[in-house]
Design a protein around this ligand. Sequence first.
Ligand SMILES: C[S@@+](CC[C@H](N)C(=O)[O-])C[C@H]1O[C@@H](n2cnc3c(N)ncnc32)[C@H](O)[C@@H]1O
Length: 196
Amino acid sequence: MKPSQTVDLDAWSESQIQSKLWLCGELELLQNRFAADLTVWMAPGWYGVLALLLLVRSRLKIGIVRSFDIDPRATEIANAVNAAWSAQNGRFRALTADIDTVEFQHPQLYHSPKPDVLINTACEHLGKRTWFERIPKGTLVVLQSTDLVDPDHVARVSSAGELTRQLPISEVLFEGSLRVDRPGNPHHRFMTIGFA
Ligand SMILES: C[S@@+](CC[C@H](N)C(=O)[O-])C[C@H]1O[C@@H](n2cnc3c(N)ncnc32)[C@H](O)[C@@H]1O
């Protein structure tokens, strides 16, 4: 894929940041289930804003973050946004990859242990569910989607339950929705946390 020519400033909009702070808060409530030095993979990772928020909040004991996106420009921006953590022995690294080709069984390719947590905040963009079937069973997954109508939202849903049913989650720990009062375009974000 060619790098996108423009930067999508929506990544820093109130609604996008609200949705990601909601995710941080709900995931942090589960922290007693996690060991120290968590390995977190994000796919798609877009511009690395969620990684920045989780690392800055510092409430989860995160060791390594890897962020995968099909757009090389997104990779470049994510690495710039999180440069402070890249500089700490490569704690953060963004890589260009189609989510369908991420090598969960060969994490050493990304200088990472296998992921404890896989976060996908862009389920609405992914028509096929082949990416999900590649995730090793037992991995904690954090998924977000939306009911916002947009030509790119090929897999939008109308409830968190629908998001959960779209993918074979073995155990659901959290399901919820957040109303997003975007001016002129109110919508919901839906989130499911569970095990693949
Ligand atoms: C508009 S953004 C994400 C919006 C979403 N609300 C979020 O916060 O993550 C969609 C991202 O998905 C990425 N993407 C789309 N299809 C992909 C794929 N097959 N593999 C990896 N990244 C993909 C795009 O490059 C883009 O960075």
